[in-house]
Every structure is written in C-alpha cells, then in structure tokens.
Design a protein around this ligand. Structure first.
Ligand code: NAD
Ligand code: UDP
Length: 309
C-alpha cells in the first residue's frame, strides 16, 4: 500500500514509518518539523519506498494513497502550549484536510487521539465509553479540546460521508527518539539523571500515569488499521500505573549517579490519575503491551546515553 503519515518525522511518526516500510509498504512522510527532526528519519531518506514532504497539515494537500495516519500535532505540554492557537488549528484543520483527502481517494484514515480527551478523569481506569472531565478554557484546552473536536470530525465524516475511519486514544508513550528538550516526564527525568541534575517532580509526585513503550504502541496502530470490525475510539496504552515519584525513583535507580529529587509547582489542570482500560483492544485486535516500564526505561536510557553530550 501507499501510506501517508502526517507528523512522520516526530517521535511516534518515525517509528511508524519504520514499521510500515518493514511491512513492505510505500510511505509518504509529511511534517513541518515543528517538533519533529530530520535526524529521526535520516536513515529512511535513501529508502526507495520512502518520500519526505515538508508541509504544514493545516494547508490542504493531495496524494494518491490507500491509507492515512494523522499524527501531526505537538504532544508535549510545553510544545503545544507554546502557540496554543496554532495547536487548535493543527488538530482541527489537520483532521479536516486528512478526512477530505480520505473521502476523495477512498483511503482508510487513522487519527492519533489521546487520553487527554478524558481530561482529569473522575472514572478510573478510563474506558472508551467515558466522556471525560475537561476544562474547555484552561492552558491544556488547546490540545484536549482540539483533539476532541478532531474526534468529532472523524465520526461526522464517517456518518455523513462513509469515510473509513480508525480512532485511537493514546496513553503516555515513551522510548527512543523522544526529543531531549521535549519536556515530557520520561525524557525529562532520564536526561536530568544522566546529567547529574536535580530530578524535577511537579507537585507532590502523587499524580499517576501509565507508560507504554513505543514498539508496543506502534504494533497496536498497525493491528487496529489492519482489521475491518471496529472503528474506535480505542484506548492503547500500558495499564501499569505509577506515581511520578515512583517513576523518578525507578529512573534514578536505573541510571545511578547523584541526582536528587526536588519538588516544583504542579502545572494547572494536571490530571491526578490516568490508566487505560484496554479490554476493548485485548478483545477485538488481540493486543496487549509486552514491554514493562523498567525494561522500556532501560532501553530508553541507553538511547539517551548515546545522544546527550
Ligand atoms: P512529536 O511532537 O514527537 O510528533 C509530532 C509531529 O508532528 C512532529 O514531527 C511535528 O513536527 C509534527 N507537526 C506538528 N504540527 C504540525 C503541522 N502543523 N503540520 C505538519 N506536521 C506537524 O509527538 P509524538 O509523541 O510523536 O506524537 C504524535 C501524535 O500522537 C500526536 O498527534 C500526539 O498528539 C499523539 N499522542 C502522543 C502521545 C505520546 O505519549 N507520545 C500520547 C497521546 C497522543
Ligand atoms: N512531570 C513532572 N516532572 C517533569 C515533567 C512532568 O513531575 O519534569 C509530571 C507532570 O506534571 C504530569 C506527569 O509528569 O503529572 C506527566 O507529564 P507529561 O508532560 O509527560 O504528560 P501529560 O501530563 O500530558 O500526561
């Protein structure tokens, strides 16, 4: 198949391009390099089935493709809050442009949605049926509401125009090729520990997250796109749940060194708890994550050891 990956030079997008090429597909990778990097796809630039197009997803585009994966959107809170209006445009216009193209060329189209659609959840763990608890006017809203609107568009194009959609809600995912200045917690803690700097835990560190290793997630993407039964939304993530203090301690143990844990103010609207209910994915696409946090952290630490000076 010919497959378009928007946001293909980012952390998840570049792993997805690798996997799709490995499976024998042709890949068109589209990215504006806002948070993505040439370095993530450098090894693919000479691949005969790989093509890179520098383009912003908010501007219309045309390609003859069989499938579209829409991943274009900054994912880390500091990056999506840097230009919040642009973040909304990227989610909403990006979704409209991908859906318009999918409708025209009859391609199957995938949306990288997020656990952030559940906001600061009052139901725990979060099943797909939960509608969420989201602040519509806060600092995180540009991302959360942008992604919620994108989901709405996907389901309206499906109902109105029979567009063949797949919507995944991704829970915190980590691994090699995260940007070292990304600002998300796993990369922050690892870099701080490797540099012997203080580990910055926000708030008391009692808030929880569930961390999925990148290869597990990409496997879920491909399984979900390759089946006919279900369009989503579908949670993908690792149900292991950890406090940020536990994550800091595990990172310190694995890296070694002399870093100390320090406490910084908790950002506004920071969700207190998050854990996916993945029973739908288990039942319908026979997917479950294989890599547990300590092992995945170890692999990610090795990657960053080779990266940082
Ligand atoms: P990332 O920041 O590494 O990748 C995003 C990519 O999109 C980058 O390459 C960036 O340059 C590109 N991009 C941003 N705005 C664009 C625009 N207007 N036009 C074209 N390209 C643009 O982040 P990631 O972790 O790889 O996330 C990929 C997708 O998965 C995002 O849509 C994100 O919301 C979603 N997601 C990720 C996680 C996670 O834990 N990694 C969790 C939930 C959802
Ligand atoms: N966090 C932290 N220290 C950091 C970065 C983040 O304690 O240096 C916390 C953050 O407050 C949140 C959790 O880690 O509770 C996950 O943050 P991240 O930005 O990775 O993702 P998200 O909040 O979007 O799940």
């Amino acid at each position: 198949m010919r497959i378009l990956v928007t946001g293909g030079a980012g952390f998840l997008g570049s792993h997805l391009c690798d996997r799709l090429l490995k499976d024998g597909n042709e890949v068109v990778c589209m990215d504006n390099y806002f948070t993505g990097r040439k370095q993530n796809i450098k090894h693919l630039l000479t691949h005969p089935d790989f093509e890179f197009v520098r383009h912003d997803v908010i501007d219309p585009f045309k390609f003859e493709v069989d499938q579209i994966y829409n991943l274009a959107c900054p994912a880390s809170p500091p990056h999506y809050q840097y230009n919040p209006i642009k973040t909304v445009k990227t989610s909403v216009m990006g979704a409209i442009n991908c859906l318009g193209l999918a409708k025209r060329v009859r391609a199957r189209v995938f949306q990288a949605s997020t656990s952030e659609v559940y906001g600061d959840p009052k139901v725990h763990p979060q099943p797909e049926s939960y509608w969420g608890n989201v602040n519509p006017i806060g600092k995180r809203s540009c991302y959360d509401e942008g992604k919620r609107c994108a989901e709405t568009l996907f389901f309206d194009y499906h109902r109105e125009n029979k567009v063949d959609i797949r919507v995944v809600r991704i829970f915190n995912t980590y691994g090699p090729r995260m940007h070292e200045d990304d600002g998300r917690v796993v990369s922050n803690f690892i870099i701080q520990a490797l540099r012997g700097q203080n580990i910055t835990v926000y708030g008391k560190g009692s808030q929880t997250r569930s961390f999925c290793y990148v290869n597990d997630l990409i496997d879920g993407f491909v399984k979900f796109m390759g089946q006919e039964k279900i369009i989503g939304p579908m949670n993908l993530g690792n149900p292991g749940e950890f406090t940020m203090l536990e994550l800091a301690e595990m990172t310190l143990k694995l890296v070694g060194g002399k870093s100390k844990i320090v406490f910084k103010p908790l950002p506004a609207d920071d969700p207190k708890q998050r854990r996916p209910d993945v029973s739908l994915a288990k039942k319908t696409i026979k997917w479950k994550p294989e890599v547990q946090l300590e092992e995945g952290l170890g692999r990610t630490i090795e990657y960053f050891r080779g990266q940082i000076k």
